[in-house]
Write a protein that binds this ligand. Structure first.
Ligand code: 13P
Length: 251
C-alpha cells in the first residue's frame, strides 16, 4: 500500500550553515519522536552534500528541488540528476509551479528530467496544479489531467510506480489560502482515477499523492485525514523545525 509522506521544499532559502543547522534540528527531532510517515527535506543544490553528511536518511530523506534535462556537458549553471544522486540525495522535486511559471518548464522538458531522475535512482516528486483562473472557470480537473498525461503517460507502469505526485493549487502556494480538505480530496480522487484509467487500480492505489499549498500544523490533520491525501509538500512551514514537526505529527 502507498506511503504517507511529509516533504519539505525549502525553495531559495537559507545559507549552507543555516540549512545544515535546520536539517540537524529536524533529524534530531525525528530521532526523539519517531514519525508515523516518511519525512523528506528538499533543499538547494548548494546544501545537498553538507546536509547529507549530518542526517540519518533512515529518519529523514533528502532531495533536490530540480535537476537538469540533459545528462552532462555544456549547460552552464545546470545541475544534473547524476550530480544530485552523487550527493546522497534520493528525491527530486520536478515540475514545481514556480519552475513552470518563472523558468518556462514545459511537459517536454519535464519528460526528460523525469527520465534522467529515474535513470539515476532518484524518486521524482512530480508537481501538478491549476492557477486561480482555472479554479474559477471550472477547468481545473482537465488542466491537472493534461499535466499528468503530457508529462507522465509515456512511462511504463513500472516506472510510473516509482513516482510521488504532489497536487499544489498555485493559488494556495505561499498565499495563506489553503484548499479546503474537501477540495483537496476531490482533486486527489480525480488524480487517482486518472492514473487508474491508464495504469490500473493497483498502480493508482499504490501512488502517494501529496497536497501542497499553505499547509501548516493547524490544517494538516484535516487534510491528511482525507482518504486520497497521502501527505504534504510543505514550503514556508518547512523552514521552522517546530512547524514542520507539527505537520509530521498530524499522522
Ligand atoms: P507553501 O507551503 O509556502 O504555501 O508552499 C507550498 C509549496 O510550493 C511546496 O512546494
Amino acid at each position: 500500500m502507498r506511503k504517507n509522506i511529509v516533504a519539505g521544499n525549502w525553495k531559495m532559502n537559507t545559507t549552507v550553515a543555516e540549512g545544515v543547522a535546520l536539517a540537524k534540528e529536524v533529524n534530531d527531532a525525528l530521532a526523539q519522536n519517531k514519525a508515523n510517515c516518511d519525512v523528506v527535506i528538499c533543499v538547494p543544490f548548494t546544501h545537498l552534500a553538507s546536509v547529507a553528511a549530518v542526517i540519518d536518511q533512515n529518519l529523514l530523506g533528502l532531495g533536490a528541488e530540480n535537476c537538469a534535462d540533459h545528462t552532462s556537458g555544456a549547460y552552464t549553471g545546470e545541475v544534473s540528476a547524476s550530480m544530485v544522486a552523487s550527493t546522497g540525495a534520493k528525491y527530486v522535486i520536478l515540475g514545481h509551479s514556480e519552475r513552470r511559471q518563472y523558468y518556462g518548464e514545459t511537459s517536454a522538458t519535464l519528460r526528460e528530467k523525469i527520465a534522467l531522475a529515474l535513470a539515476n535512482n532518484l524518486t521524482p516528486i512530480f508537481c501538478i496544479g491549476e492557477v486561480l483562473a482555472e479554479r474559477e472557470n471550472g477547468t481545473y480537473n482537465d488542466v491537472v489531467k493534461a499535466q499528468i498525461e503530457e508529462a507522465l503517460f509515456d512511462l511504463s507502469a513500472e516506472d510510473f510506480s516509482k513516482l510521488v505526485l504532489a497536487y499544489e493549487p498555485v493559488w494556495a502556494i505561499g498565499t495563506g489560502k489553503t484548499a479546503t480538505a474537501d477540495q483537496a480530496e476531490d482533486m486527489h480522487a480525480h488524480i487517482r482515477a486518472t492514473i487508474a484509467a491508464k495504469y490500473g487500480q493497483e498502480v493508482a492505489d499504490n501512488t502517494s499523492i501529496l497536497y501542497g499549498g499553505s499547509c501548516k500544523p493547524s490544517n494538516a490533520a484535516e487534510l491528511f485525514a482525507k482518504p486520497d491525501v497521502d501527505g504534504g509538500l510543505i514550503g514556508g512551514a518547512s523552514l521552522k523545525c517546530a512547524d514542520f514537526m507539527g505537520i509530521v505529527s498530524a499522522f
